[in-house]
Write a protein of this length. Structure first.
Length: 254
């Protein structure tokens, strides 16, 4: 009996996989994972994907716009990296409330609706690196009490805002490399009580932002290399009692 049931399940999955391949050429489906890496897609798939899908990988395609995703309530992992995406439609992710990981890196995003991630209360990892983002609204991370990793590398932000992090009490890893920032205010990181890794490398700091850093009691890794810092003093890394790794290389003005 068990063998018969297993055979039925296997046949069902095989038919489902072939069905997906019929209207999503170049994609594969197995174990609730849809993989469309390099499938030459030019539009976001609007067909009825299995509502049991947990992982959707659409990287290395030619998508320009992410439309509203309505039929994937169990989706946990979404990879949209390396496409050329220029626009996120309003409410694009509102129906994907189970999402835990979103990768939007290596695209052409310059801006997006301020509440685009509002409904994603379970989000743990957000990667927005390698885009053209100059401005982020003060509430773009609202309701993100489970967010652990935020990657904003290679965006021309120039500054950060403490209001971004007002609900990010569980953030562990923050990466701001190559964002053109030159200062961090004393209050900007005050809500990041659990932060353990901070990357500030390849920016425009002329001094160590020690007023902000001294509030990070649990910080273990600090990368601040490749900055035009002119002076290091005893106070530069004062009160970082948990620090284990510090990179301060390639500072030509020291």
């Amino acid at each position: 009996m068990m063998i018969f049931v297993s055979l039925i399940i296997w046949l069902f999955l095989l038919i489902l996989c072939q069905s997906i391949q019929s209207y999503l050429p170049g994609c594969s489906y197995w174990n609730n994972k849809i993989n469309c890496i390099g499938a030459n897609m030019t539009t976001f798939p609007t067909q009825d994907l299995p509502n049991t899908t947990l992982t959707l990988i659409l990287s290395l395609n030619f998508l320009k716009i992410v439309t509203v995703i309505e039929n994937l309530p169990k989706l946990k992992y979404l990879d949209l990296s390396r496409n050329g995406i220029e626009e996120l439609e309003p409410r694009a992710f509102d129906y994907c409330t189970a999402l835990e990981v979103i990768d939007l890196s290596w695209n052409l995003l310059a801006h997006f609706p301020s509440d685009i991630f509002k409904q994603l209360a379970h989000l743990q990892v957000l990667n927005l690196s390698h885009n053209h983002i100059k401005y982020l609204s003060d509430n773009f991370l609202i309701n993100k009490q489970f967010l652990q990793t935020l990657i904003l590398d290679r965006n021309p932000l120039q500054h950060i805002d403490h209001r971004w992090f007002k609900s990010c009490s569980k953030l562990i890893h923050l990466s701001l490399s190559k964002t053109h920032i030159y200062r961090i205010g004393a209050q900007d990181l005050q809500n990041l009580k659990e932060l353990k890794q901070l990357n500030l490398s390849f920016n425009n700091f002329t001094r160590v932002p020690n007023e902000a850093l001294r509030r990070l009691d649990k910080l273990k890794v600090l990368k601040i290399d490749h900055n035009p810092i002119r002076k290091l003093t005893r106070e530069s890394f004062e009160k970082l009692s948990s620090l284990e790794v510090l990179t301060i290389s390639h500072m030509p003005r020291l």
